[in-house]
Ligand binder design. Structure first.
Ligand code: NDP
Length: 811
């Protein structure tokens, strides 16, 4: 045997990390209590749940099982603390966050060991990835606390936040939730996952050490049915932030619908890992290891679908099998292992079930020749080839170390396969041709796209999903908006509760007549001629369309005089409009300059018909001519604003601590369904349409039910302003009924609703089907004339979602 042979055959020796510091800490603290008001207290129920070490299958300790009385106490503590913390100067909050970051670093090794013991992750990952990212998250958000007053001027914290986190990245998810919430002045009640509470409890000690004011951070352990649901349904919680399965996310969406609670959901995924034939296949193999065997594949954004260009597929599969044969599964505290333990027997069984299903469905299974340890919960790295795209294993999130591979021939086919999922969390694109990679990345519907890399995370770059992967972002400046609301909303909350959602007419005293503003306009001809009937139709796919129902809806003025008839839209009209809006999807790919030009052009054409539009407003609302003219002029100004924003709402380039850049690009959401407010029939309509189309979306809009004629008049303006067919579609009729159809429609990507509280709830409930993003008014009114309330970045944010494209550089 020569030296070469020795190297080839040499077994890895074990490199164990000592478990004692973690076990000693557990021993010194058990039985664990609940952390409320910076103090430890026993659970009201007197009950405890077991915490198991997945690496051995043995009991580690027991943690408190809270009930709703404990949740009430924690929420009350957070509410009390919010009164001061919400007003604490940013600089002071920054100091506390900095102290938390420091605290995490001081205890980093203990945290890493505890995390591996409790979750089964390899110590290499907890030590080198999870915990450093946790510290970085607190540092980064200390900066935002400092800058909040200037960079988020006009925004206020939302209040008390209920945060529910999963078991796959226990401490990292805690940091993703707590750091931005505290930075923006909120207080929190956090529920760790039942399986993995220990690092959250250690973090509670760090909170004490940092001397945070009591009640700012509360940690309540226990079962989902007791703690999770109590948080979701608690009347004194202002926002729920959740990470976990899509099914639970859906139930939380339903439970909070209409409550006015802000909600962010980070849910499941089935992320594509796309390999083109010019990719560096050896790098690809290492990429796959990180994509699907990192954290045993229990990663929401795991690259679980390997899509390979056909001509290199077999070559890649054989390299991959060789690499899999050398992966090591075993004791999580051994620094020489690659894959640790699955978190629980239940999860292990689910993985086994899905793998059996894959075999039954005819896919080809490959696993390494070696066997996994028998103590603890382990599963070998697994590769499926010959997978058909519609099968269960190609569609369902397996949440384990299981990779399913499919092939494609052309870039277009790759995109189609990549998007053939109900999820949209992340994607990786591998090619040595940067032009190809940068062409493909924007076409994949996912919140993060990694080019020639995978599973990269940083506090500076927002993370979150498209489609059923949820909504909201964590990290980056965009993530902060999940924890704030416009300050003016706080002032109007009381007002809204007592009003019916109608903006008081500021100029009710003004009696300027239409005739006065029309002085000098055309005089009537001699003799009487009946007026030519003008039938406002719907506007679908660039064409004026009659309603499918064949019915019309009478529109009366305030004096009960009939002023027109509009089509009574139904489900079929909405379906046609959504189809037309989809066909116009090319609008998103035009240049921003071109979109800006068209918005200016709409303004220009509206200005030519200013008086006619003012007259229509008077007819419908009975407001004064001067007031109506003010509305038209404000509408023109609004169109100018969004024409200006079109090429200036550009996104950011982040600089995470690596050689490379992250492009955070706001992208259109797609087809947005909209229901207009009744106040300001023209301005309300344009205030919704303009930001959405400025950002490249197409819209299906239901005008004010009471005063739809200003909106239907607009289609003539659109027709003369080069707005492409299908970009704006108008369906008139009963607002709530049509809105519900839009909210339920699988091909509508987001829904904006400005109407009643009941209608808002209806929309949020209906949207749960495909987890579309919603923006509803809960019956609150806005002053649409005000620039602060009626336009700006709040609208642009709702019209976009941020995609992060990671581009490492250097050889
Ligand atoms: P869940 O979504 O059930 O759990 C996530 C968190 O939500 C936990 O803290 C859980 O509490 C809590 N929770 C569960 N039900 C409710 C409820 N009705 N109301 C409020 N809170 C609730 O995920 P699981 O742990 O059951 O994992 C199941 C599957 O979910 C996985 O196989 C995977 O596919 C997916 N998943 C996705 C994650 C992601 O990061 N996107 C993370 C984890 C899982 P408790 O722990 O006490 O049950």
């Amino acid at each position: 045997m020569n030296v070469m042979d020795i190297f080839e055959t040499m077994e890895y020796g074990p490199a164990p990390e000592a478990a004692n510091p973690g076990l000693d800490w557990i021993k010194a603290h058990q039985p664990f209590g609940l952390f409320i008001n910076n103090r430890w207290r026993k659970p009201a129920s007197g009950q405890y749940i077991e915490s198991i070490n997945p690496g051995s299958g043995k009991t580690l300790t027991r943690v408190a099982a809270a009930n709703s009385a404990d949740v009430d106490a924690a929420v009350a503590a957070a509410r009390k603390a919010f009164a001061r913390w919400g007003r604490t100067p940013g600089h002071v909050r920054a100091r506390y966050l900095y102290a938390l970051a420091r605290g995490v670093q001081k205890h980093s090794r203990l945290l890493a060991v505890l995390e591996s013991l409790d979750n089964g992750k390899p110590i290499r990952e907890t030590r080198d990835i999870d915990i450093p990212l946790v510290a970085r998250h607190f540092y980064y958000h200390a900066g935002w606390a400092q800058l909040m007053e200037s960079e988020l001027a006009g925004y206020a914290p939302v209040g008390v936040v209920g945060q529910i986190i999963p078991w796959n990245f226990p401490l990292l998810m805690l940091a993703w939730k707590i750091a931005p919430a505290l930075a923006m002045g909120n207080t929190v009640v956090l529920k760790p996952a039942r399986y993995t509470s220990l690092t959250a409890l250690k973090f509670a000690e760090i909170v004490q050490e940092a001397a945070l004011p009591p009640g700012v951070v509360n940690i309540v352990t226990g079962e989902a049915s007791a703690v999770g649901e109590a948080l979701v349904n608690h009347p004194d919680i202002n926002k729920i932030a959740f990470t976990g399965s899509t099914e639970v996310g859906r139930s939380i969406r339903r439970a909070t619908a209409g409550s006015g609670k802000k909600l962010s959901l980070e849910l499941g995924g089935k992320s594509p890992f796309v390999v083109f034939d010019d990719a560096d296949l050896d790098s690809v193999v290492e990429g796959v290891v990180d994509a699907i065997w990192f954290n045993q594949g229990q990663v929401c954004c795991a690259g679980s679908r390997l899509l390979v260009q056909e001509n290199v597929a077999e070559r890649l599969f054989s390299k991959l099998r060789a690499r899999m044969e050398r992966l090591r599964v075993g004791e999580p505290l051994d620094k020489a292992i690659d894959i640790g333990a699955i978190v629980s027997p239940g999860q292990l069984k689910e993985i086994q079930r899905l793998v059996e299903q894959g075999v039954k469905e005819g896919a080809t299974l490959w696993q390494p020749s070696w066997a996994c340890p028998t103590e603890g919960y382990f599963f070998p790295p697994t590769l499926f080839t010959n997978v058909s795209p519609a099968t269960t294993i190609a569609q369902v999130e397996i949440f384990g170390p299981v990779l399913v591979a499919m092939t494609f021939r052309t870039p277009a086919e790759a995109v189609e396969l990549a998007n053939n999922t109900r999820y949209g969390l992340a994607a990786s694109v591998w090619s040595e041709n940067i032009n190809l990679a940068l062409d493909i990345a924007p076409k994949i519907k996912a919140g993060s796209v990694w080019i020639n890399c995978t599973n990269l995370f940083d506090a500076s770059s927002g993370f979150g999903g498209y489609r059923e992967s949820g909504f909201g972002r964590e990290g980056g400046k965009e993530g902060l908006y999940e924890y704030v609301k416009p300050a003016w909303e706080i002032d109007t909350t009381q007002e809204a509760a007592s009003s019916n959602g109608h903006v008081p007419d500021a100029s009710a005293e003004d009696t300027t007549s239409l005739e006065e503003i029309e002085a000098g306009e055309e005089q009537s001809t001699d003799g009487w001629l009946p007026p030519i009937d003008r039938t406002p139709k719907m506007f679908i796919g660039g064409k004026q369309a009659r309603p499918d129902s064949g019915y019309s809806r009478a529109i009366y003025g305030p004096d009960r005089r009939l002023i027109g008839q509009v089509g009574e839209g139904n489900r079929k009209d909405i379906r046609n409009a959504v189809e037309a809006a989809h066909k116009a999807g090319g609008w998103a790919f035009g240049t921003t300059h071109n979109r800006a030009q068209i918005l200016y052009y709409i303004a220009e054409n509206l200005a030519v018909r200013e008086r006619e539009f003012a007259r229509r407003i008077v007819e419908q609302t009975g407001r004064s001519g001067k007031d109506a003219l003010t509305e038209v002029q404000a509408t023109i100004s609004r169109l100018f604003s969004y024409a200006a924003w079109t090429d200036k709402y550009e996104g950011l380039v982040h600089r995470p601590p690596m050689r490379g850049a992250v492009l955070a690009m706001p992208e259109p959401i797609g087809v947005i369904g909209m229901a207009c407010p009744d106040d300001y029939p023209l301005l309300g309509f344009i205030s919704l349409v303009a930001p959405a189309i400025a950002m490249g979306n197409t819209v299906v809009i239901v005008p004010s039910q009471r005063s739809p004629l200003s909106a239907t008049d607009c289609y003539q303006v659109f027709e003369t302003s080069d707005v492409p067919a299908g970009v704006v579609n108008i369906v008139t009729g009963e607002r709530d009924l049509l809105s519900k159809v839009l909210a339920e429609h699988d091909d509508v990507d987001a829904m904006w609703y400005f109407g009643s509280l009941e209608g808002s709830k209806l929309i949020e409930l209906a949207s749960a089907g495909n987890m579309k993003r919603t923006w509803v008014s809960y019956g609150h009114s806005r002053n649409w004339l005000s620039r602060e309330q009626g336009e700006g970045q709040e609208f642009l944010r709702e019209a976009t979602q941020v995609k992060n494209i990671w581009i490492p550089y250097g050889e």
